[in-house]
Design a binder for this molecule. Sequence first.
Ligand code: MV4
Length: 452
Amino acid sequence: MFDKILIANRGEIALRVLRACKELGISTVAVHSTADADAMHVRLADESVCIGPPPSKDSYLNIPALLAACEITGADAVHPGYGFLSENARFAEILADHNLGFIGPKAEHIRLMGDKIEAKKTAKRLGIPVVPGSDGAVTSEADALAIGREIGFPVLVKAAAGGGGRGMKVAHTEADLALALSTAANEARSAFGDASVYLEKYLQKPRHIEIQILGDGRGGAIHLGERDCSLQRRHQKVWEEGPSPVLAAAARARIGETCAKAMRDMKYLGVGTIEFLYEDGEFYFIEMNTRIQVEHPVTESITDIDLVLEQIRIAAGGELPAKQSDIAIIGHAIECRINAENPQTFRPSPGRITQFHPPGGLGVRIDSAVYQGYVIPPYYDSLVGKLIVHGKTRGECLMRLRRALDEMVVDGIETTLPLFRALVREPDIIEGDYHIHWLEQYLAGQPPDAAK
Ligand code: MV4
């Protein structure tokens, strides 16, 4: 096991990692920018090192400064959290070159899944269902037209180097295809320096359902069920829940086992998430994330497995926490991402939190690094905290969530709490009847399309 872990992150995820380290008896090193000197992760860690000025590229993304911090403190491993360097294959390799552990997957798997075309080819080869489309990049308009006719319109042109929805264009008919191709390629070139695009059948009203997996790097892997993350705004998840309101146990076992088998075949190491679009009872692979995700507490709540702690154990060469047959889905969990933003315009609202009262009670968890008097700096993401509620049933979970949201106080800044207080009272949300476009339609003041 590691003796001392450097946490290359900030905010609630830095605290989350710290908690797992404490339970494992591992010493912790916090790193921080000059803007984060008063941050909670700095206070709670055993040691801390200032690694640079506020901009992320000069601090939390500054690899030489992080290596120096490891050297100074004698840390023997780095936990990257999410975002920042968590999916940087080069960083994982550099750490290995310096005899430092990286708490994450093998560098080759990070690199593979970072390339959307290669990821899709790999998924297909491993038996994971993918969206019908081109085999790799499309190189001419004529090829694209032939593929479009084969899979049927509408089609979606996606950037190979994309992700997070950037560089995507829908072609509703054959007549739209040429413009969609050139626009997507141009956007991809300027955004990523890579103009390669590929084609997929456009799914009109799918849900976003992702499978959590855990691999030991030696050919053992299990799945921990799914999270439904369909409620998003501008490709930012807002509300995540598990199990999905639309997935039966048999369907979960089937897609879960397909994912676990694929991870066994590739000897995947650590935690990972396989993202799917789900429409008319079918799963279609879109991406794989090779990091711990923001919404991991949903899965922790319904499986009673500490994903961050297990991530650390596995990175140190340990065993998986359970056999697949020992994993059970217990009740229902919902996570709300509470951001420091105007609840209508979503404009960031940094500043001092004058009053802070987190809700409590049975089934209520808050993952947050803020405190009363804390000043949210303007340089980083606007997450104030995550409210995660668990119940025996979805109904009980919603009941507790409504109560917890009403009880929570965050004053001095604007937050998205009012949005969640409205959402938990929306009939479609109560029914679980939503899809990936539901939230944007709702926020635009349109009655959202029915899910089916
Ligand atoms: C799609 C799609 C429809 N059809 N692919 C958006 C981000 C990227 N990760 C995948 N995305 C999509 N891919 C096909 N073939 C619709 C989306 C999409 C989306 C996906 C998940 C969650 C929210 C979304 C919002 C808009 C579009």
